[in-house]
Design a binder for this molecule. Structure first.
Ligand code: AP5
Length: 223
């Protein structure tokens, strides 16, 4: 039972299972799940001005500029005040984003309580993303081998046709991994120095990883 706001950052390479685990963690602890990737894809699908600007960066596997992502994050954080806290999935991804997140949370009297690093090797990342199928309507995520939908190609939740994300092509996956190494991985050190980093083995069954994740989060909060 969470008695004060709890803010959790999920870190890890593309395909580490951040989205899969973030949704479960948020539901289990009654936290708001904020995925900047999902928010950006919504903007692209709406063809909004922000989505139009973001689309080409996403297709190339590059980071969307910090100021665009910040606008979206701000809108989401400030319309959802009063909640028990957030699971940040895919944010922060740069030093500047980490600083902005600290500032925004401080204004709300909160802080990053725990940053969890889901550790998954590159070979597994490529296998996971190569087989991912996503629902463009409700955002549900599947995998052709490890989590196939009941009816091939159709979402179990809303029945829409499943798609391969444009950035799940192998050459774009490699680029996303390289961007992750250069811009996002250095944040591990930042949170480690602060004493809030927890490393969780991201290999194995989704349920087993979730149990480890929950343990890591609850252990940090109890300290
Ligand atoms: P984003 O959507 O955040 O992509 P990502 O970080 O690359 O992460 P993914 O969504 O690819 O993977 P995941 O770790 O969530 O894994 P999942 O659970 O789906 O960002 C996309 C783009 O948007 C970026 O490249 C960038 O352009 C832009 N962007 C987003 N945020 C930004 C920011 N803050 N700043 C700037 N730009 C930003 O799992 C993957 C697959 O594996 C699924 O098929 C799943 O079913 C399967 N799977 C999950 N767990 C397991 C398991 N234990 N065993 C086997 N299979 C598993």
């Amino acid at each position: 039972m969470v008695t004060r706001a709890l803010d959790v950052v999920l870190l890890g390479p593309p395909g580490a299972g951040k989205g899969t685990q973030a949704k479960r963690l948020a539901a289990a602890l009654s936290l708001l799940h904020i995925s900047t990737g999902d928010l950006l894809r919504e903007e692209v699908a709406k063809n909004s001005p922000l989505g139009q600007e973001a689309a080409s960066f996403m297709q190339r596997g590059e980071l969307v500029p910090d100021d665009l992502v910040a606008k979206m994050l701000l809108a989401r954080l400030y319309t959802q005040q009063g909640l028990a806290g957030c699971v940040f999935d895919g944010y922060p991804r740069t030093q500047a984003q980490a600083e902005l997140l600290d500032q925004l949370l401080a204004e709300l009297g909160r802080r990053v309580d725990v940053a969890v690093y889901l550790e998954v090797p590159d070979g597994e990342v490529v296998a996971r993303l190569g087989g991912r199928r996503s629902c463009p309507n409700c955002g549900a995520v599947y995998h052709v081998q490890t989590k196939p939908p009941a009816r091939e190609g159709l979402c179990d939740v809303c029945g829409s046709g499943l798609v391969v994300r444009e950035d799940d092509r192998e050459e774009v996956i490699r680029q996303r991994l390289s961007v992750y190494r250069s811009h996002t991985e250095p944040l591990l050190e930042l949170y480690e120095k602060r004493g809030v980093l927890r490393r969780v083995d991201g290999l194995g069954a989704v349920d087993a990883i979730f149990a480890r994740l929950k343990e890591a989060v609850k252990g940090s909060v109890a300290r």
